[in-house]
Design a protein around this ligand. Structure first.
Ligand code: ADP
Ligand code: MG
Length: 329
């Protein structure tokens, strides 16, 4: 592998924190990695492990809390707005989980969007767009709109579009997440083929079928909570939110008095009631024990008194208190 000043990706001691309410979520904690020229690097990790966060930092969309990244010798968080525009167009090509194609445009016109934005005009646009579609094996679909293509074909158009200005780095965020088994194959082999001298391909996934093809696998493993603080009693007023779905926390809660609701927030923002938790019962053990983000939100239905425990102390109490039942979270 060769990581030089001018090619590949270097990440040094990268930390990214989000503050949401009372919680600090730190999906990336002192991460360091390298990806060399010509390499296919797979970023493996379950949902919530910070894959999108890392790719967003590399893409110049998020500024990290600390640490540095170098992409072909450039650090996106150090660029001026003009330089950043140029960086996002010409240095990194980005493929998202959803294909984000324009429904009213043909495959060729979709692939041509970055070309037109960069000022290319006339026959050159069509020539280059067709070249791009050939590169992703879709020469015969150039005139088709996204609605008439399979998910795998749409994702390949999105890849063609990301390659339009021939960026030396291609970032793909779970590019196979919405594809069926057969379509995944075509996208994976294409990404493998695109990792060639002059280009680095970094792909996030939780699909382990990509592992055998990777030059390098970076695991973003969620860490088991290191919280060992003592048990604490807390009182919530009616309507108070204890923790939110997607946040990380190390505590498990027993309801001593009152009533808590566990609910899930859907993609469209509506709430799905899961369960009420009343004494003697606990909730919130799943996230901390498995090292995953909270799978649901916890809110007080009435004024409630809770005791919070570290996982270690929780195991202790749960063993001693067999009447209690858990409610996930
Ligand atoms: P992945 O892509 O691996 O699923 P993400 O990078 O999207 O992981 O998220 C990592 C963690 O950071 C999650 O716990 C998520 O809830 C949290 N997170 C992501 N974006 C934000 C944000 N804008 N504000 C607060 N927390 C966030
Ligand atoms: Mg993600």
């Amino acid at each position: 592998m060769t990581v030089t000043e001018r090619s590949g990706i270097t990440v040094r001691d990268l930390t990214m924190e989000y503050v949401s309410g009372d919680y600090v979520v730190r999906p990336l904690d002192n991460l360091s990695l390298e990806a060399g020229d010509g390499e296919l690097v797979v970023l493996l990790g379950p949902s919530g492990s910070g894959k999108t966060t890392l790719l967003s930092v590399l893409a110049g969309i998020l500024t990290p809390t600390s640490g540095t990244v170098g992409v072909c010798g450039r650090n996106p968080s150090k660029l001026s707005p003009d330089e950043l525009n140029d960086y996002r167009r010409a240095t990194v090509g980005i493929v998202f989980q959803g294909f984000n194609l324009i429904a009213s445009l043909s495959a060729r016109e979709n692939a041509a969007v970055p070309l037109r934005l960069s000022g290319m005009r006339g026959a050159a646009v069509r020539r280059r767009a067709d070249e791009l579609l050939a590169q992703v094996n879709l020469a015969d679909r150039a005139g088709h709109r996204p609605g008439r293509m399979s998910g795998g074909q749409q994702q390949r158009v999105a890849i063609a579009r990301a390659l339009a200005l021939n960026p030396p780095v291609l970032l793909a965020d779970e590019p196979t997440a919405h594809l069926d088994h057969v379509q995944v194959e075509g996208v994976i082999t294409l990404l493998r083929r695109l990792a060639e001298p002059g280009r680095t391909v970094l792909v996030s996934t939780h699909d382990d079928r990509m592992i055998p093809l990777a030059d390098r696998v970076i695991e973003l493993a969620p860490r088991i909570s290191e919280d060992t603080g003592p048990a604490e009693e807390l009182t919530l007023a009616k309507g108070d939110v204890l923790f939110e779905q997607g946040s990380r926390g190390g505590r498990v809660y027993y309801v001593e008095a009152g009533r808590m609701e566990i609910l899930r927030v859907q993609a469209d923002g509506t709430e799905e009631h899961l369960i009420y938790v009343e004494p003697p019962a606990y909730f919130g053990e799943m996230g901390p024990m498995l090292g995953l983000p909270r799978s649901a939100t916890a809110r007080a239905v009435t004024k409630s008194v809770l005791t919070s425990y570290s996982v270690r102390d929780f195991r202790h109490r749960a063993g001693a208190d067999e009447r209690a039942r858990g409610s996930g979270g």
